[in-house]
Design a protein around this ligand. Structure first.
Ligand code: BGP
Length: 470
């Protein structure tokens, strides 16, 4: 097997999908508190009782128990996000909320107790609501300053404690879900391309500023961007389809290009010109972008998609696209494609020549609790094991291709609330959490069959994957 000795095995969550405690210890509201049905339904005006994220899996109070379980699986790294509104409840204050900072002090200390490195997403779909309401989120240039203050606060507090950082979760999703991704309350249909791409520019500048600060304040830390990766295959070999794929790719690669190369690419300048878009950028901002590339590129990977000059777009993780007749769907219509992971790792490394980190991957599926031989409650999630095994074998292939992959954190290592649909029943975890879509449940945790499987994968540094295959 090709997994290096220092490969960072682990799991990933985001604050808004697991913490709950949505008003505790001075936390302010964030945009997820008004999105009870996920990102394709309109927001409410205030938090409503049917919003599962308000309590989520109550990680805020269960984190010790949960991290202990992660340690039992042998995690080397745990990816989570910091809820911006715990640190700056409104987002635009001058002084941070000490109780929020203390919560993450304790959370990271708990990780280190077991030798688990925290990997922190600075902004994961949880812009403080006040920033959305008062400034229209990242549509406003002012967000750059608020984010800088937030980031400076985090680096001051957690330097020496957190070594791995990501600036924005799935930054390219802002083009598709501007409220979830960019805290922009203006409905997407009313948002002009000018406003949307200007918002991207604001995030790029904020990201570059964070990278600069990280390098100045924490020379040992590594900071990366995070993109939603979705390989796009041509529907047919027709040249029109190939060009359609190339253009669709550009809208995703744009985000990595800005973080690695630091200049607006020619294909985007053309698009801006043809659509009358004029990005307002100062010389200083453009220099900041040029001079502060990321240390690594991280990404989520769930599925691939097809594109072509004609035909209807179907479902998929945020970006969408056309169905591939050679692939099977998950229960939520995401097309399962392990080889796509090897493909995207090769493609990204060819393009950017930066170390890569798979920070999300997994299967959202319905689970049923049952009893094991010893009478303990568990889930026989062989479908999840098969999905993860096939994807890890694809990572192994990419490593053999010579791609530097830093690590792998599977998504939702403990069941949590779905980002797209806000359901509990779309489960990803190695650990089952007793909570249902109607909000009922004891919140008790149970080890699934995949828990023991992943523990073996980590213990053997991937070697057991081959035995299983043969
Ligand atoms: C990504 C998000 C995550 C996560 C995951 C799974 O797009 O970064 O927050 O939720 O997808 O998606 P879902 O929860 O919709 O199944």
């Amino acid at each position: 097997m090709s997994f290096p000795q220092n490969f960072l095995w682990g799991g990933a969550v985001a604050a808004n999908q697991c913490e709950g405690a949505y008003l505790e210890d001075g936390k302010g509201l964030d945009i997820q508190d008004i999105l009870p049905h996920g990102f394709s339904s309109p927001p409410t005006t205030k938090p409503t009782a049917d919003n599962l994220k308000l309590q989520a899996i109550d990680f805020y109070h269960h984190y010790k128990e949960d991290i202990k379980l992660f340690a039992e699986m042998g995690f080397k790294v745990f990816r989570t996000s910091i809820a911006w509104s715990r640190i700056f409840p409104q987002g635009d204050e001058v002084e941070p909320n000490e109780a929020g900072l203390r919560f993450y002090d304790e959370l990271f200390a708990e990780c280190h107790k077991y030798g688990i490195e925290p990997l922190v997403t600075i902004s994961h779909y949880e812009t403080p609501l006040h920033l959305a309401q008062k400034y229209d989120g990242w549509a406003s240039h002012e967000l750059i300053g608020f984010y800088e203050r937030y980031v400076r606060t985090l680096f001051t507090r957690y330097k020496g404690t957190v070594k791995y950082w990501l600036t924005f979760n799935e930054i390219n999703s802002i083009l598709h879900v501007p409220l979830t991704s960019g805290g922009i309350l203006t409905p997407k249909e009313q948002l002009s391309l000018q406003e949307l791409y200007q918002a991207c520019h604001h995030e790029f500048v904020a990201s570059a500023q964070a990278i600069k600060l990280a390098h100045e304040m924490m020379p040992d830390a590594k900071i990366g961007c995070m993109v939603l990766a979705m390989p796009i295959y041509p529907l047919t070999p027709a040249p029109d389809d190939i060009i359609a794929v190339m253009q669709a790719d550009h809208f995703n690669d744009f985000f990595g290009d800005m973080h690695v190369r630091g200049v607006y690419p020619g294909y985007m300048k053309r698009f801006f010109h043809e659509h009358g878009i004029k990005i307002q950028a100062t010389e200083e901002e453009l220099r900041l972008l040029r001079e502060n590339p990321v240390d690594f590129v991280s990404f989520s990977y769930y599925m691939s998609i097809c594109e072509g000059a004609s035909g209807k777009s179907g479902v998929g993780n945020i970006l969408g696209g056309k169905k591939n007749p050679y692939l099977k769907d998950s229960e939520w219509g995401w097309q399962v494609d392990p080889q796509g992971l090897r493909y995207i790792l090769n493609k990204y490394y060819d393009r950017w020549q930066k170390p890569l980190f798979i920070v999300e991957n997994g299967l959202g599926a319905k689970d049923e609790l049952c009893r094991d031989d010893a009478g303990r409650l568990t889930v026989n999630d062989d479908y999840r094991i098969a999905y993860l095994r096939d994807h890890l074998l694809a990572v192994n292939e990419a490593l053999a291709d010579g791609i530097p992959v830093m690590g792998y954190t599977s998504w939702g290592c403990i069941d949590l609330v779905s980002a797209s649909t806000a359901q509990m029943s779309k489960r990803y975890g190695y650990i089952y959490v007793d909570r249902n879509d109607d909000g009922s449940g004891t919140l008790k945790r149970y080890r699934k069959k995949s828990f023991y499987w992943y523990r073996d994968v980590i213990r053997t540094n991937g070697a057991c994957l081959v035995d299983e295959k043969s």
